[in-house]
Design a protein around this ligand. Structure first.
Ligand code: GAR
Length: 193
């Protein structure tokens, strides 16, 4: 058991919204067999519901609104270095990180996106998939590179779009799959390293 804990990657999660993926990753990280330890959460949204959860669960967090992006990224970089963070999981993080920040953590930043990439990069994925009468959508975990939602794909899950689906119902169905997919992606990449 000690050995297992020793190899857990020191991880930071970046969020902007409700943080359901974040909560899910924190729960996963507490399992004996998980390969991550959540050391820190960075939120771009001080009003996120997730903050209460983090306080209750005594998980360290910092809030940066990214209004001064370069300055905030510099501060975040220093915090992550000081804490020897080895992995960054973007989980509903809606800010675009600069090329230089991404380069500094090259190959160590993952993102979850609510579509079957390379389809529907960016925002309003569910609306666009429904408007285009797609039969399937889904979610993707991928490495982050300097182009939006374009890094190497690690794993995807297809979700059927029914005639009755609207963006809200589709988002709910996909989110449920996201919660299964992110831990799977971590297993996939970390059990190899
Ligand atoms: C998730 O569906 C995630 O895939 C999406 O935001 C939602 C966040 O939910 N991310 C993006 O659109 C990133 N471009 P959560 O805050 O409950 O995890």
């Amino acid at each position: 058991m000690e050995e297992l804990i020793g190899i857990k990657k020191r991880t930071a999660i970046f969020i902007s919204g409700n943080g359901s993926n974040m909560k899910n990753l924190i729960k996963y990280s507490k399992k004996k067999y998980s390969l991550i330890n959540v050391d820190l959460v960075i939120s771009s949204n001080k009003k996120s519901n997730a903050i209460r959860y983090l306080k209750k669960n005594k998980i360290d967090f910092k809030i940066f609104d990214f209004k001064q992006k370069n300055k905030d990224e510099r501060k975040i970089f220093n915090i992550l270095k000081k804490r020897e963070i080895q992995l960054i999981c973007l989980a509903g993080f809606m800010k675009i990180l600069s090329k230089s920040f991404i380069k500094r953590f090259n190959g160590k930043i993952l993102n979850i996106h609510p579509s079957l990439l390379p389809k529907y990069k960016g925002l309003n994925t569910h609306e666009r998939a429904i408007l285009n009468k797609e039969k399937f959508s889904g979610c993707t975990v991928h490495f982050v590179n300097s182009k939006l939602d374009s890094g190497k794909i690690i794993i995807q899950k297809k979700v059927k779009i029914n005639k009755k689906d609207n963006p809200k119902s589709l988002s709910k169905k996909i989110l449920k799959q996201e919660h299964l997919l992110y831990p799977k992606a971590l297993k996939e990449i970390l059990s190899r390293t």
